[in-house]
Design a protein around this ligand. Structure first.
Ligand code: ADP
Ligand code: MG
Length: 476
């Protein structure tokens, strides 16, 4: 969701006074602490713990990371959460930037520059602009443009059914899945479809972050009655990325009440999150079980067929002119999520516009060298075993031992699965590395982990994280 900053209204209260170093430090400490609960210990330890607070310049927060990897990883994956959490401290924050800093540099927080700067340098508070309280819809995110394959088949079917019926079919509809797998796309598609076909129905689409922002603002302006009324007059309420609501009790409370009132009035509610309701952290039990009442639809990680389908459909729609060979190559190589796949396609298109050469596998290798290097790197068995043992908190020797207690068998299976996926070793070779186990044991482990990943979003996330840690561990 891009926010509209083109015609903002300045805050009626004018600029906020500068914050002291102590206030900044304390705010940053609270953000860090909340993120620990939000992200879980492991991700927090790797990516957040060592970030340095550099400064707050108006609506921008600048943080420093000590490695290039952390800089790009945190920028790519955690700035949304950082921003949501900073907003809880300082509602004007709308941008978090991660800079690469050197290990030796010590950077105590500096006092804010914001107050001394001209107003034009302070970015607009975009969310104040939405007349109807909702966010903008991306016109490219329609049902027509959504490629359906096994991983998203079910979610697509319930989304479509919801969009086509005037009375709630599944209420609430809860869509969940990992980053970049099409949750927002489906929500926008539903909203656009309703606006085009049932013009009288009032649809509000907003991010959970915007919901919090409006709510906090309403409290500050002692305006909560109107806040509630605005929501309660809608027919369809969509809230995207509700994992961001976790932790803030009063917002959850309000969300819960709004939610109940709407469901009781037979209004359609559509929610998305990166986890199933059961796995949402920091969400009150009451709200969690309420979210489980309706229809819960999961979007699974992409398959080769889905990736190829998406590449083909863009290739055709935009006349990019990729050969089938190149498309298959891309679908094999770029496996993380659809967003990354789109990023790769955009780079290829941009490159073609610049130099006009036909696109071959060789030119794609050059254009996407960095992306492909990351997915190509050979990881050693030792690294895999070490990282997995650390993640599950077991001793490295247990990877080879004969013990079969569950808390050891699972990590061992995960390590075998990663070995199969990240190294070129065969099943029997992998078995050798795990205390001379039979190749059928390894095959069983790989299948087991695969099916667990499909059934359990937490497992899929754990694996994704281990994968990225392993790719990370070899970098300078
Ligand atoms: P999420 O909200 O789950 O993080 P998005 O909905 O923003 O992911 O999807 C990321 C990008 O991938 C968007 O540009 C979206 O249009 C595209 N995308 C995701 N799934 C599909 C699909 N099945 N078909 C076509 N495009 C898709
Ligand atoms: Mg999204």
């Amino acid at each position: 969701m891009t926010e509209d900053t083109s015609h903002h209204h300045p805050e009626p209260t004018g600029q906020t006074p500068p914050l002291s170093i102590d206030q900044l430090t304390a705010g940053w400490e609270r953000v860090r602490d909340r993120l620990r609960t939000d992200l879980g210990d492991n991700a927090w330890r790797h990516w957040i713990k060592n970030l340095q607070f550099i400064e707050k310049a108006g609506a921008s927060i600048i943080l420093g990371a000590e490695s290039k990897l952390a800089t790009s990883r945190v920028s790519g994956q955690y700035t949304d959460r950082l921003r949501a959490n900073f907003k809880l401290e300082w509602p004007e924050v709308d941008n978090v930037e991660i800079r690469h800093v050197h290990r030796t540099a010590t950077m105590p927080p500096k006092p804010a520059r914001a107050s001394g700067q001209p107003a034009s340098s302070v970015r607009a508070r975009a969310m104040d602009d939405f007349e109807d309280f909702g966010g903008r819809l991306d016109p490219r995110m329609t049902f027509d443009n959504f490629v359906v394959e096994k991983p998203n088949e079910f979610a697509h079917a319930v989304a479509l059914k919801t969009a086509m019926s005037e009375n709630p079919q599944f209420n609430p509809l809860f869509l969940y899945g990992g980053v970049g797998l099409g949750k927002t796309h489906l929500m926008h598609a539903i909203a656009t479809h309703i606006r085009e076909n049932f013009a009288h129905r009032r649809v509000i689409y907003m991010t959970a972050e915007a919901f919090m922002h409006h709510f906090v603002k309403a409290i500050r302006h002692q305006d909560t009655m109107q806040f509630k009324e605005r929501f309660r007059s809608v027919d369809v309420l969509m809230v995207d990325d509700v994992q961001f609501i976790g932790g803030k009790d009063s917002t959850q409370e309000e969300f819960f009440h709004t939610f109940n009132a709407l469901v009781n009035d037979n209004k359609q509610i559509i929610i998305s999150a990166d986890k199933s309701p059961t796995d949402l952290k920091g969400v009150e039990e009451r709200l969690r079980s309420r979210l489980n009442w309706g229809m819960v639809a999961n979007i699974n990680p992409t398959t080769f067929e889905l990736r190829l389908g998406i590449i083909e459909s863009r290739n055709e729609a935009e006349g990019i002119g990729l050969s089938h060979q190149v498309m298959e190559f891309l679908a094999h190589k770029i496996t993380s999520n659809v967003r990354e796949l789109e990023g790769a396609l955009n780079r290829i298109v941009a490159n073609k516009m610049i130099n006009g050469d036909p696109i071959t596998i060789d030119s794609v290798r050059v254009i996407l060298a960095d992306v492909l290097r990351a997915s190509n790197r050979q990881v050693s068995m030792g690294e895999i075993k070490r990282e997995v043992a650390r993640h599950y908190n077991i001793r490295l020797e247990e990877m080879h031992s004969k013990r079969r207690s569950r808390n050891i068998v699972l990590p061992r299976q995960v390590a075998m699965f990663l070995a199969k996926n990240l190294t070129s070793n065969s099943y029997p070779e992998i078995g050798q590395h795990f205390g001379g186990r039979d190749h059928t044991t390894v095959m069983h482990a790989v299948n087991k982990v695969e099916s667990m990943m499909n059934e359990d979003a937490t497992m899929a996330e754990d694996i994704a994280m281990l994968r990225s840690l392993l790719h990370a561990s070899n970098q300078p």
